[in-house]
Design a protein around this ligand. Structure first.
Ligand SMILES: *Cc1c(COP(=O)(O)O)cnc(C)c1O
Length: 369
């Protein structure tokens, strides 16, 4: 590929010295799980998000699951999730023994449609998990209003939206709690797996610290049947290093997105991302839509441009969820999105000149379809 979809090697090597220093710090400390590095990163990341508390955990899926668990959600409960999301949002609900209840997205933004949520609420509903998909915040105000009215917990799935803003306010500070992933390819990525939760609810933060560590606050005294889901000192040290350049990376992503939006505006059949006036996305992904998506992807691969489909199969159509009994046509908006979306290269590894090359290749490819 002459322009790869993502280049994690280049991204991390741009901070090689700082990351080596972080490694040395942890090596010399002799302390590897739940220590100073984790505490420091938790404080820094919570402050970055405008939340009172940060809790480091093992990965993004656990981050969502632990919030639901700590809130007492379990078998017999229903949790509203987007029909259009990465499957982890659903799996977190299933792992608690609760049932994911899908709600279709607003077609233009790909995010859960607040106007469709009320119809999905039943006496069993306990929580709503809006996902800030592709780095663009979900429309939180009407979701929070509905949740307030029905006494529901709102957990942001912010795994793709580190630093994004909704009406000027950072993701991670919008719901009762927010779940982040620090998987290497995310806007803030570790050098391995990692996850985090932010919340301004002190009691919930305390319960989450217990749940992530065997259900124990005092060593060998266990209050609840908890998990082993902790962020490593090493990953926390890397994440503090990378948090320092998150805004810089997001700024570059915005510039690349703006370039794509400008250069691809008038191509027939190609649908570009639409940004509501209240949203400040961080462009985890730049997702276009075309009825001949697979041929477009093949033509771009031919031209040396890496693309990925996020995602090819909607969660309700996955074999893993056969037990819920959904069939094709049950969530037609999500299904159409999954048939037509294509993610173009974007990230701090790219230059604006490369964005121009990608845009030109897309224009040529669409013409030849
Ligand atoms: C990446 C991701 C997750 C899960 O994060 P992991 O760290 O891979 O467990 C959850 N939700 C969304 C929307 C994601 O993109």
């Amino acid at each position: 590929m002459s322009i790869p979809f993502l280049d994690l090697k280049a991204i991390n090597l741009s901070q090689a010295d700082e990351l080596q220093a972080a490694f040395q710090r942890v090596l010399q400390s002799g302390w590897f799980v739940l220590g100073q590095e984790v505490e420091q990163f938790e404080r820094r990341f919570a402050a970055y998000c405008g939340a009172g508390h940060g809790i480091g955990v093992a990965n993004g899926l656990d981050a969502i699951m632990l919030v639901l668990k700590a809130a007492g959600i379990g078998p017999g409960d229903e949790v509203i999730v987007p029909s259009n999301t990465f499957i982890a949002t659903w799996l977190a609900v299933s792992y608690c023994g609760a049932t994911p209840i899908p709600v279709e997205p607003v077609e233009a933004t790909y995010n859960i449609d607040p106007a469709r949520i009320a119809a999905a609420i039943t006496p069993r509903t306990r929580a709503i998990i809006p996902v800030h998909l592709y780095g663009q915040p979900a429309d939180m105000a009407p979701i929070l209003a509905l949740a307030e009215q029905h006494g529901l917990l709102v957990v942001e799935d912010a795994a793709q939206a580190h630093g994004a803003r909704y009406r000027g306010q950072r993701t991670g500070s919008l719901g009762r709690a927010a779940a982040f992933s620090f998987y290497p390819g995310k806007n803030l990525g570790a050098l391995g797996d990692g996850g985090g939760i932010t919340t301004s609810d002190g009691a919930l933060a305390e319960r989450l610290r217990t749940y992530r560590n065997y259900g124990s606050q005092k060593k060998y005294h266990n209050q609840v049947q908890g998990y082993n889901s902790r962020l490593d000192e090493l990953q926390a040290a890397f994440l503090s290093t990378k948090l320092a350049v998150l805004d810089e990376g997001n700024t570059l992503r915005r510039a690349i997105a703006a370039r794509y939006t400008e250069l691809l505006a008038d191509i027939p059949g190609l649908l570009l991302p639409s940004v509501p006036e209240w949203a400040e996305p961080v462009w985890h992904l730049y997702v276009v839509r075309h009825p001949q998506r697979d041929r477009l992807a093949a033509a771009l691969a031919e031209a040396g441009i890496g693309t990925i489909v996020h995602y090819p199969i909607a969660p309700h159509m996955q074999q893993a969820y056969a037990e819920l009994g959904y069939k094709e046509g049950d969530f037609p908006i999500a299904e159409a999105i999954h048939r037509e979306v294509l993610s173009l290269p974007i990230g701090p590894h790219m230059t604006l000149q490369q964005a121009d090359e990608v845009a030109l290749a897309v224009r040529r490819a669409v013409q030849c379809l």
